[in-house]
Design a protein around this ligand. Sequence first.
Ligand code: ADP
Ligand code: AMP
Length: 221
Amino acid sequence: MTNIILLGPPGAGKGTQARRLVEERGMVQLSTGDMLREARTSGTEMGKKVAEVMDRGDLVTDEIVIGLIEERLAGNHGSGFIFDGFPRTLAQADALGALLGRTGRQLDAVIEMRVDDEALVDRITGRFTCGQCGEVYHDKTQPTAKEGVCDVCGSTDLRRRADDNEESLRQRLMEYYKKTSPLIGYYYALGDLFTVDGLAPIEDVAAAIDGVLKQAEAGRG
Ligand code: ADP
Ligand code: AMP
């Protein structure tokens, strides 16, 4: 079991890399953003409560996301968990440490995907995903082979997120710098932090992440 966190601002490429790790290594992706969007689509009370907060680009409460993660930790773990978009606050990081400890698990690596803000606007405003299989695309850098059709599953249900606009992105970035970036120091101090260049092409980022996983697994013995 190898459990990792992908840490980085919105648009850093966390979801893109997580999908690959699921495919190639049989890991299980735990994306709190995806879970919250699912709750919205299915119209649950919680989904209704968080919709406005998400669209504004603010963080939802720690209590809600910690609850979502706790539920999933009890389920299928494949060859390990990828925490994508969680934790986002120090309180969430502490809670994750406690939850993993309680279930006899450990964190093997926290991978910081470093990018500059300039690139994020382009990445976020060009992003779209397949509503059926979740494949991540980009208008310029990662378009579908056939316009309007998902390469992976053939669906025509291609979607853009309500919060993928410049205004929400500005707020999401502010939240990231205020509340999430302190986690870089936190995990550095715990000795768990690795950094990769998120501006590199997708395949190069993937290779760098594989290198980190090998190193973390070797270190564990
Ligand atoms: P996050 O999950 O961190 O918010 P995504 O994985 O959804 O980020 O990626 C955001 C956008 O950037 C998507 O449109 C994706 O296709 C594109 N993207 C991801 N990684 C790269 C990369 N290394 N180079 C160029 N574009 C990328
Ligand atoms: P993401 O899909 O990771 O970009 O997340 C989209 C939105 O969901 C964020 O802007 C927040 O509003 C909310 N969200 C996702 N994960 C968390 C989290 N761990 N803590 C608080 N809010 C979250």
